[in-house]
Design a protein around this ligand. Structure first.
Ligand SMILES: [Zn+2]
Length: 465
């Protein structure tokens, strides 16, 4: 077998790896690289292999940095099955279509600039139509069932604990009568995260490909973070300002809503309106409701025993119509807006930031990781002057961060992840999905625990066994 690390190497975006076994080619993830618009377009446009020669694709979860380039893969000739858990399939159906819409809009914007520069127009990476075509190739595989996807390659999807439907993929690879146990961990979630189950911890692996987003960071305990969150809401409300939270529409938004519901029930936050301004978040929440089998005990109990919907409460309103979204701008009383995208690169959040970032009573709260060069990262890093829709803005709003809403394992969780895989058996660990500094720190920590062969691959690097 051979594995080539193509994307999501020494960075957290654009996950894509190619597994070759006995002449069959299996693509693990087909994520969109996210960063500066023009760079991203070029990086995502072409593949370093012929998509028509890929036999199958496996997907850990629906986040766009793992699934978002699938429509382009199909458009370029891939006609095989895309295996994922049923909730991931459902989420991809709405997320890829939304991504197709964003691609179409992005290219319109780029082409306006290119026209001024007398350059020829570009075509979108893919359209909503292409996304729909890709969705017809999805094949749902239930958690904990073993399926043969190519001669000598069986897979099993195990709970990932990261977002609804997320999985780690356990491969049983048989060559010359010997079977190797290989896991691609995808994005590793956290224990005791609300809504979904805890991640499965693998056993008896020979090889592990794992993420390293927070290889050098520890999150604060959840209770402290909820109190910090409540305090930020109380302070914003007292000062009469708006609280604007850029958040991924899938996973993070539902977790925020779930937490706000709880704080609201406990009377820990003032009675101010909460708007989830994202059609994608609204539709994704519907998928959450359709998959109660994925809920952890606490969330299942809220649903069944208390008869409450964890994703609804009196002061919460989902906004889908553009005009309703625009109306939020004229509200002159304290309120909370949760809007996508989380890295503030696209979507309605850009309008809310543009309209409020120069107001010192506005609080912008970041609740997750943002890739370098994205607008969210620039604001988080304290830049005082930023550009939105090509116009300069001075950052006068207060900027706050709450890292523990992160859906990613921290350093301790990542080290715990291998606790049932002794170094005597687990001979190869590859660290992906992390900036180099984070990956290096995790590599050192793993080596000090006895795992000798820990490698941080470069893009395009191939490992053979
Ligand atoms: Zn993810």
């Amino acid at each position: 077998m051979e594995i080539t690390f193509l994307g999501g190497t020494q960075t957290v975006t654009g996950s894509q790896h190619l597994l070759s076994v006995g002449g069959k080619k299996i693509l693990i993830e087909c994520g969109l690289f996210q960063g500066r618009r023009q760079d991203s377009y070029e990086k995502n446009l072409s593949f370093s292999f012929d998509p028509a020669h890929i036999d199958a694709c496996v997907l850990t979860h629906a986040h766009i940095d793992h699934s978002g380039n699938l429509p382009n893969l199909v458009k370029n000739g891939f006609s095989g099955p895309i295996y994922a858990t049923p909730p991931t399939v459902d989420l991809c159906r709405i997320m890829l279509k939304d991504s197709g819409h964003i691609q179409e809009k992005d290219i319109e914007w780029l082409n306006k600039i290119r026209k001024k520069q007398h350059k020829s127009p570009l075509i979108p990476l893919y359209t909503m139509r292409d996304a729909e075509a890709a969705c017809s190739q999805f094949v749902g595989i239930e958690y904990n069932t073993t399926v043969t996807i190519a001669p000598g390659v069986e897979v099993r999807f195990l709970e990932g604990g990261h977002i609804l439907g997320s999985a780690s993929i356990h491969f049983f690879i048989t060559e010359d009568g010997a079977t190797m146990h290989v896991e691609y961990a995808g994005d590793i979630g956290r224990t005791n995260k609300p809504i979904i189950h805890d991640p499965n911890l693998p056993r008896d692996l020979d090889m592990l490909i794992m993420e390293s987003t927070y290889g050098n960071r520890l999150h604060d305990p959840a209770d402290d973070v909820h109190e910090q969150f409540a305090r930020i809401i109380r302070e914003t409300s007292a000062s009469g300002g708006k609280l604007i939270i850029p958040a991924f529409a899938v996973g993070r938004t539902q977790e925020l809503v779930h937490t706000l519901h709880k704080l609201y029930n406990q009377n820990r936050i003032p009675d101010i309106p909460v708007f989830v301004d994202s059609p994608l978040a609204y539709h994704a929440t519907g998928v959450f409701r359709n998959h109660p089998e994925c809920f952890d005990r606490e969330t299942a109990r809220i649903f069944t025993r208390d008869g409450e919907d964890p994703f609804e409460f009196r002061r919460l309103k989902y906004i889908t119509e553009v005009n309703d979204s625009k109306r939020l701008n004229s509200l002159d009383y304290p309120h909370i807006i949760i809007s996508a995208s989380g890295m503030a690169e696209a979507g309605r959040i850009l309008h809310h930031l543009r309209n409020n970032i120069e107001n010192h009573r506005t609080v912008i709260l970041f609740v997750g990781h943002a890739v370098k060069e994205t607008l969210a990262r620039k604001i988080m890093d304290g830049q005082k002057e930023i550009k939105i829709f090509g116009e300069k803005h001075i950052v006068r709003a207060q900027v706050k961060m709450l890292g523990t809403f992160s859906a990613h394992a921290d350093r301790k969780d990542l080290l715990d992840y291998v606790k049932y895989c002794p170094p005597s058996r687990l001979k190869h660990v590859f660290l992906v999905h992390g900036e180099l500094e984070q990956a290096r720190a995790l590599k050192n920590a793993l080596q000090s625990k006895g795992y000798e062969n820990v490698h941080i691959p470069e893009s395009g690097e191939t490992a053979s066994f």
